[in-house]
Design a protein around this ligand. Structure first.
Ligand code: SAH
Length: 345
């Protein structure tokens, strides 16, 4: 069986032609899928024999809401979806004055091992398919009734460790006959997979690249992010500079402030020096306390920000949404896994 929602419109058109149908049938099917059809049966403008033929060869991914939490403070909604194979993933919906942003997962779990992150504690189970990333946007929109204008690939998983499926997802979500979300409204966050950054630079997409830096020196970064042993700070910044040269696009650096680890003044100075020569923006993130970790939130964020700005680097402190609903980085999925563990599932 083939996952039809991961197919591009052209691929679906070719597939229906092979079944002896005209091209426009393929476009109809694409539209049905991207409006959230759950079965071929409901595609009422297709002939009965075509629907039966499709159901024999193809399946449609349909996530089920396993849990949903709505923040009483700011309306942030967190979904825990159960996928066709029983695995669970998280999606967060945030509303800002400029529209609704959905934060989606790219893998079931993660194998990057960042010390401060709850998503990676249990490792990676599998990559998500393009359809399963699309479904997070589509079904969040359908369930919430809020039109999604922006997508951030900042949920569970490392998007550049699942590059092919992520790029396919971007093609799908960008399609005018589908959700039609422009690349300028997409952000992709990576822990620093250098070959992936170079591959993105080659494609020259209009999306915003976020790099989870968290330390400007390799000694500190290797302590908190194992990926630094594969691609260290020097290599990472070289790739960021190449990315800027190629695309002309500003990179956003994520920097979670960790007490006594990465919040020293000399690190602000070094960070500013490394960014010099490209229009980088630093996002200072208050560290979310993860129970499994001994790392604690910094109390020197304001000072660090001033120091960066004194060097002419723009830095903002990220507003935290959904603090009352575990809306960050794998916390809801962790809870579900623990409960299943206790139930022996
Ligand atoms: N793998 C990608 C995207 C997922 S993580 C990446 O690393 O960028 C999304 C962001 O949340 C990353 O910047 C990550 O470093 C950050 N993050 C993870 N755990 C965190 C925590 N406990 N507090 C603050 N930010 C955290």
């Amino acid at each position: 069986m083939t996952d039809i929602k991961s197919m591009t419109q052209e691929e679906i058109v070719d597939a229906v032609k092979a079944l002896g149908e005209p091209a426009y049938r393929g476009k109809q099917i694409f539209s049905w899928l991207h409006r959230g059809a759950r079965t071929f049966e409901e595609m009422s403008n297709l002939s009965k024999p075509l629907r039966t033929a499709l159901a024999k060869e193809y399946y449609i991914t349909v996530p089920r809401v396993a849990r949903k939490q709505v923040s009483q403070r700011d309306g942030t909604v967190k979904y825990l979806w159960e996928l066709n194979d029983g695995n669970c993933i998280e999606t967060v919906l945030m509303s800002y004055h400029h529209g609704n942003t959905v934060c989606i997962s790219s893998q079931v779990g993660c194998r990057m091992g960042c010390r401060f992150c709850a998503s990676t504690v249990a490792g990676k189970v599998r990559d998500l398919r393009a359809s399963e990333m699309l479904d997070q946007v589509l079904f969040t929109q359908l369930d919430s009734g809020r039109e999604i204008s922006n997508i951030v690939l900042m949920g569970i998983g490392e998007p550049l460790d699942n590059r092919e499926n992520v790029l396919r997802f971007l093609t799908l979500v960008n399609h005018p006959d589908g959700l039609n979300i422009g690349m300028r409204h997409v952000s992709l966050s990576t822990c620093g997979v250098v070959p992936g950054i170079d591959a993105l630079a080659e494609l020259g997409l209009q999306l915003t690249l976020s790099v989870s830096l968290h330390a400007p020196d390799s000694e500190t970064r290797s302590r908190i992010m194992p990926v630094n042993n594969a691609y260290d700070v020097e290599e990472l910044f070289a790739a960021c500079h190449r990315y800027f040269q190629k695309t002309g696009r500003r990179i956003s650096f994520e920097y979670a402030m960790i007490d006594g680890v990465n919040d020293h003044e000399w690190q602000a100075d070094l960070l500013a020096k490394k960014i010099h020569g490209m229009p980088g923006h630093v996002n200072l993130i208050p560290l979310n306390d993860v129970v499994e970790s001994e790392l604690k939130p910094s109390r020197r964020t304001a000072l660090f920000q001033q120091r960066l700005e004194s060097h002419g680097v723009t830095a903002t402190v990220r507003r935290s949404l959904g603090g009352d609903i575990d809306a960050s980085c794998g916390q809801l999925r962790r809870k579900e896994l623990e409960q299943r563990g206790r139930r022996g599932v």
